[in-house]
Design a protein around this ligand. Structure first.
Ligand code: AMP
Ligand code: MG
Length: 486
């Protein structure tokens, strides 16, 4: 399809009252240029590659070209940020362009909106590159996520501190929804919450839960399904060592996808209480807290939905969150370990908890451990793992137990490797890799951005030129905290 054939739909504007959005034009960046576009997502949307190499495509992302059917708008929402309620947030730097085949397109960094508060409406190159690449990495690991179609850079100065002058960039993001728990919180605090909330919930259901449209308990069931999806999402994050970093309610999607990437990290060395966000002093969003926070956020949603549902029913369903989360986590961890979950009375919970301790004490790169394990052909030789441990003692003991678990399943020896390989990628995108790509990009060299995008999209493949990225994160870059400045 040609760019001009993309026919966008702005149903949100017809679904809710005017007070919930602002119609506006982007403020284009100066001297914008294309940095990269994502062929995989082009295929999914049906956009021809050549279209992305035109000036028109840059103009489209930069807000200078409006496609057919598009009515650009920003949405208002509220949110609990680090546990404190902020009554009015919103797309302070994002503009929605409309949707095509349920891909809701949105630019991030497009200038001031009514919801910019003290911000400048801009996004800098570094955070834009991080979001662009990591959303593809998540997708390739089958972790539900928003996506990114392209990124443009510019010569536009953006100030992030007295001595920190950056260049503005825009990422064209795509998601099945941009509605957040915080959107429901905002609607619940308006004059006629019942009416507004049912409009919002109806919109979400019509976009993301279509099978519930004619169900008499559609609002409750929407909540139940989101509880299920979120439990699975967090389980996947944790099984791959992912930390979001800012799980505020305005950064939690009502379609159950990972949304709004900031100081995220794929953990380098396993630490239960790892914190990736430099400003998260109390570890509210630490690795281990993520399921608790997700449940807390869903409780906030239940509270908002209480105007149009039976709150007690929602609360009761929410109580299943931890068991759903545990089940999904154990399923994926068993897969990653090549074990048959059904052969163990406790679904190998004890073995997995022991593994986490062994990982923490042996200081082996978390995802490298799984990759090496999936490559082992002789279960009497675990040297490729032990050689990567700084202190192998606990790991050695754990491997004895692991071997016993493996031997419970005679099928395992043959089939194990193939199944394991599908969930244990050779490459995980770490912060230090993104940092290298950012530093090159800041010197106008975008090759590594494109190479990393390729690795992120194909993490199970061999990338000969990038063997170094298949190794453990160098210690000096391991488990560092990042700031939110973006
Ligand atoms: P985030 O931390 O990116 O999830 O953003 C939290 C809130 O701050 C959202 O309402 C954003 O739109 C807003 N925000 C973040 N950065 C900016 C910025 N540079 N300009 C305007 N609003 C911003
Ligand atoms: Mg956000």
């Amino acid at each position: 399809m040609k760019l001009d054939q993309l026919q966008l739909n702005t149903k949100y504007l017809d679904s809710v009252n005017k007070e919930f959005y602002q119609l506006l034009d982007a403020t284009p960046l100066d001297d914008a240029f294309l940095i990269s576009y994502n062929k995989k997502l082009c295929d999914e949307i049906g956009l021809d590659y050549e279209e992305c190499e035109t000036q028109e495509f840059v103009d489209f992302i930069n807000g200078k070209k409006i496609l057919d059917g598009s009515i650009p708008y920003s949405m208002v929402y509220a949110g609990h940020q680090f546990g404190s309620f902020v009554p009015k947030l919103g797309d302070g730097r994002a503009i929605n362009l409309g949707s095509i085949n349920n891909w809701h397109l949105q630019t991030k960094g497009s200038g001031l909106t009514n919801y910019s508060r003290q911000g400048d409406g801009r996004a800098v190159l570094r955070s834009s590159i991080r979001e662009y690449i990591i959303s593809e990495a998540m997708n390739a690991l089958d972790i539900p996520t928003t996506r990114a179609l392209a990124i443009i850079g510019s010569e536009h100065n953006v100030y992030r501190g007295a001595f920190d002058i950056q260049k503005g960039a825009v990422v064209l993001r795509a998601s099945d929804s941009w509605i957040r728990i915080g959107t429901f919180e905002y609607f619940a605090r308006t004059k006629n919450p019942k009416k507004s909330l049912s409009q919002l919930a109806d919109f979400v259901i019509s976009e993301n839960y279509t099978h519930l449209e004619n169900d008499e308990n559609k609002y409750e069931k929407f909540f139940y399904e989101l509880v299920d999806k979120t439990a699975v999402l967090i389980a996947k994050w944790q099984a791959y060592g992912f930390m979001h970093g800012v799980m505020n309610t305005d950064n939690m999607s009502v379609s159950g996808v990972t949304i709004d990437y900031g100081p995220f990290s794929f953990m380098d060395y396993f630490e239960k209480h790892c914190i990736c966000n430099h400003t998260d002093f109390e570890g509210r969003y630490s690795y281990n807290n993520q399921p608790y926070i997700a449940k807390w956020n869903l409780f906030v949603l239940a509270d908002s939905l209480s105007f149009i549902t039976n709150f007690e029913n929602l609360k009761q369903y929410l109580d299943t969150f931890f068991s759903l989360h545990e089940r999904a986590y154990l399923e994926l961890m068993n897969k990653r370990l090549g074990l048959d979950i059904n052969l163990s009375g406790d679904r190998n919970l004890d073995l997995i908890l022991k593994l986490l301790n062994a990982l923490e004490n042996s200081k082996i790169d978390y995802n490298l451990f799984f990759y090496k394990l999936s490559q082992i052909e002789n279960i009497d030789d675990f040297s490729s793992i032990l050689d990567n441990c700084i202190d192998p003692t606990q790991m050695q003991n754990w491997l004895v137990d692991y071997k016993k678990a493996l031997l419970l399943n005679p099928r395992a020896q043959n089939k194990k490797c193939e199944e394991m390989k599908k969930v244990n990628p050779k490459y995980i995108i770490k912060n230090y890799m993104l940092q290298e790509a950012i530093e090159k990009a800041e010197e106008s060299d975008f090759k590594l951005v494109n190479d990393l995008l390729n690795i992120a999209s194909n993490p199970f493949a061999k990338h000969e030129e990038f063997e170094r990225y298949a190794k453990a994160t160098p210690l000096e870059f391991a488990n560092i905290k990042l700031s939110c400045s973006s």
